[in-house]
Write a protein that binds this ligand. Structure first.
Ligand code: F6R
Length: 359
């Protein structure tokens, strides 16, 4: 039931702080230890490389997961688009472990890969929102997102739940392995910080509504740019905007613009720069200057500690590795309001289905 909300998408965006809190409750005990099946952790602990397989928004959550697994726990991690992996699998390591990210648990492209993985006899984990879904039944292990039903076709709270649960899994994995960096990373309190930050952002949604009106309501194209996790976020932000508003949108590594795409920038082209990583903030700002100089209409979304007085959207501070959990919120709202302002059916965009059960 969408209750007082005009659309499911808006309701589901608003539910995200609660989803973060639920995940903390579900996966941490009273003394702050992670509660994840020991057998899963033992099997995961034997892997020499992780292979995350997913589609669409879930793939984008996997891109953030790779950063978490590699930067915190030091385990090599690859992320693959399921429909590509199915016909062009990469060379596998000796002891691979597969992680399927899928909100619905029914995506045919991902399922096809899991069937192959089972034939090969490798261990697998499905991270899904739907208990007893096909990918959950067919994988060796399952972890649930506990996000509540996601009805809008465009995925929002499942994306943030997937990233949060990846962080929780890294925590359990790294604790079991005694990895100091992971021990120092207090995921439960970081996720609580994230929940508070998300709340601040959804409370300021009317600011984003106004920006959407001025910047995106009549445009034909748009760009999101960033580096590192901000690039991963840019790809998700672009997918969200294009699928509900039909604006042609690309998510770009900001340093790549000058290698071709900058040719598309003209007077008034909307470019959204995402800046949450202290290592690359100055570089992304200088890329933004390059498009500004060519007439682009630039919206800066920056973390509070990196923000300048001219940045229109300032994000509450969270650990830089978890920043997509907060930076995604204004981009979801931009997509939502742009769709509404253009008069589209935001919960049911044309040509799309909630779960894609064909190859
Ligand atoms: C975009 C969207 C899709 C899904 C994709 C995978 O908003 O919802 O890109 O993320 O179809 O679906 P699941 O996660 O159910 O496997």
């Amino acid at each position: 039931q969408k209750g007082a909300y005009p659309h499911y998408m808006l309701k589901e965006i608003d539910e995200q702080p609660g989803v973060m809190r639920t995940l903390v409750q579900e996966y941490f005990d009273a003394s702050g230890n992670v509660k994840i099946d020991q057998d899963l952790l033992d099997t995961l602990g034997q892997a020499d490389r992780l292979y995350i397989v997913a589609a669409g928004t879930s793939y984008h959550a996997g891109l953030v997961g790779k950063e978490l697994f590699e930067k915190l726990a030091g385990i090599p991690t690859e992320v693959h688009v399921a429909s590509e992996f199915a016909y062009n699998p990469p060379l596998l390591s000796k002891r691979p472990f597969f992680i399927f990210l899928t909100q619905s648990g029914e995506t045919a492209d991902s399922r096809q890969v899991l069937t192959q993985v089972n034939e090969w006899g490798y261990p697998s984990l499905t991270i899904t929102n739907v208990p007893n879904s096909t990918l959950s039944r067919e994988a060796s292990y399952t972890l649930l997102l506990h996000a509540g039903p996601e009805i809008a076709v465009a995925s929002t709270k499942a994306y943030t739940a997937q990233i949060a649960l990846e962080a929780i899994l890294v925590k359990a994995y790294g604790e079991a392995k005694g990895i100091q960096k992971v021990k120092d990373f207090d995921v439960a309190s970081e996720l609580t910080k994230v929940a508070n930050g998300m709340q601040e952002l959804v409370d300021e949604k009317h600011n984003v509504e106004q920006i959407a009106k001025e910047m995106l309501s009549t445009t034909r194209n748009a760009f999101y740019i960033g580096r590192g996790v901000d690039y991963a976020l840019a790809q998700e932000a672009a997918l969200k905007l294009k699928e509900v508003s039909y604006v042609q949108t690309e998510g770009f590594a900001s340093g790549e613009l000058k290698h071709g795409t900058i040719a598309l920038i003209e007077e008034g082209t909307p470019v959204v720069a995402i800046i949450t990583d202290p290592k690359t903030a100055a570089h992304t700002r200088s890329n933004a200057q390059e498009v500004l100089a060519r007439g682009a209409n630039v919206l800066f979304i920056a973390s509070r500690d990196l923000a300048t007085d001219n940045d229109q959207i300032v994000l509450p501070e969270v650990d830089p590795l978890l920043s997509p959990l907060v930076s995604v919120v204004p981009t979801q709202l931009l997509a939502y309001y742009t769709s509404i302002q253009r008069g589209y059916d935001v919960d049911k965009p044309r040509n799309l289905a909630k779960s894609v059960t064909v190859e």
